[in-house]
Design a protein. Structure first.
Length: 333
């Protein structure tokens, strides 16, 4: 499939697919992957009856106004139904289909995002108002999960760097720390270590200031032309295409500019496996598996999942390798 911008309001694959086929595909997808790093095998969240009764009512996704991306002929888009049904969002369970099944009741409106720390103008912004006034654009990005699967996703969002400038970072701002909503009432994984994969919540992430200011780094508020579904991190999440997917923190409520390298959730949980930088690098294996290749989740069925070589910096080396010149990338993984 060649990349074409889908017309606004075009039916998604999920809408176009008969429910029976869709459900069976979701069941098949369940078999893929074994939780991040296979660290924890929490799979029976349903039995614990921890999830909201609203879990099956799909959250409404609104169409967005945005500047369409230029076509990227060499990339094939991952179908929307796969982007929204093969997720990691441990606050809603560790299985790949758990987030889609269990997050639909997440209250995403209203939603505020606070920017504070080393800025001259700290403020709390209304994310839904921001979406209307900021000027959104589409970015078709390769995405690479540390578990060695990859997707190509048409995100809608805005550059994090331009957004941060509004708050006037001080010269002491060296890193950016991000935080996901902490609300155990709504997020079953936060009240139960088993469901939540052992992560110390709230989920936190970080970037070096120059990474955050790089024009490829965006805050995303949508995909496939519509607002994000909860399972992909509604209403606002980070997207850094040259890094492993776990850097893409979801449902962000706080951004703090800081002097020192901030803690990150996966690094706290398994520092020998997940570093701060997490740049996609085929030459540096995960301690338990190779990162030299990846399974691309594309339009075909399970048996057509394509194995392809992993690209340095996930294919964005030309744009970002300079950020790390002189650094030993085996040490700073
Ligand atoms: N953000 C939060 N708050 N909680 C999570 O469990 N998982 C991360 C990242 N952001 C996660 C998160 C991981 S491991 C991946 S691979 C990506 O989200 C997956 O994003 P996607 O589901 O939109 O593909």
């Amino acid at each position: 499939m060649l990349i074409k911008k889908p017309p606004r309001n075009a039916p998604s694959e999920a809408h176009a697919t008969p429910e029976s086929a869709y459900v069976s595909r979701r069941t098949v997808m369940k078999g893929l992957g074994a939780g991040i790093g296979g660290l924890l095998l929490a799979r029976s969240a349903h039995a614990l009856d921890l999830f909201s009764s609203e879990k099956n009512a799909a959250a409404v996704r609104k169409p967005l106004e945005f500047a369409a991306a230029k076509p990227v002929p060499e990339l094939t888009l991952t179908p929307e139904a796969k982007v929204t049904n093969h997720n990691n969002f441990y606050e809603f369970g560790t299985g790949k289909t758990d987030p889609a099944e269990n997050s639909q009741g997440l209250k995403i409106e209203p939603w505020t995002l606070t920017v504070e720390g080393e800025v001259e103008k700290p403020a709390t912004v209304d994310v839904w108002k921001l979406m209307n006034e900021i000027g959104l654009e589409e970015r078709i990005y390769r995405m690479r999960c540390v578990e060695a699967w990859s997707m190509v996703i048409p995100w809608v969002g805005f550059e994090l760097g331009k957004f941060l400038q509004r708050f006037a970072p001080t010269s002491r701002a060296k890193y950016v720390a991000f935080e996901t909503l902490y609300d155990p009432e709504q997020m079953p994984g936060q009240r139960n270590r088993y469901v939540g994969g052992g992560v110390d919540y709230p989920y936190v992430e970080g970037l070096r200031m120059d990474e955050a200011m790089h024009p490829l780094t965006i805050l995303s508020v949508g995909l496939y032309g519509k607002t994000l579904p909860p399972q992909n991190g509604a209403p606002v999440r980070l997207v850094v295409p040259w890094k492993y997917g776990f850097k893409g923190i979801k449902s962000i409520v706080k951004i703090k500019l800081v002097e020192r390298m901030p803690p990150t959730s996966w690094n706290k949980l398994a520092p020998q496996e997940y570093g701060f930088y997490a740049n996609v690098n085929p030459a540096v294996d995960h301690p338990r598996w190779s990162q030299a290749s990846e399974r691309f989740i594309g339009p075909g069925g399970l048996f057509s999942v394509k194995r392809q070589p992993t690209l340095p910096f996930n294919g964005y080396a030309e744009e970002v390798a300079g950020l790390y010149s002189g650094m030993n990338l085996k040490k700073f993984y």
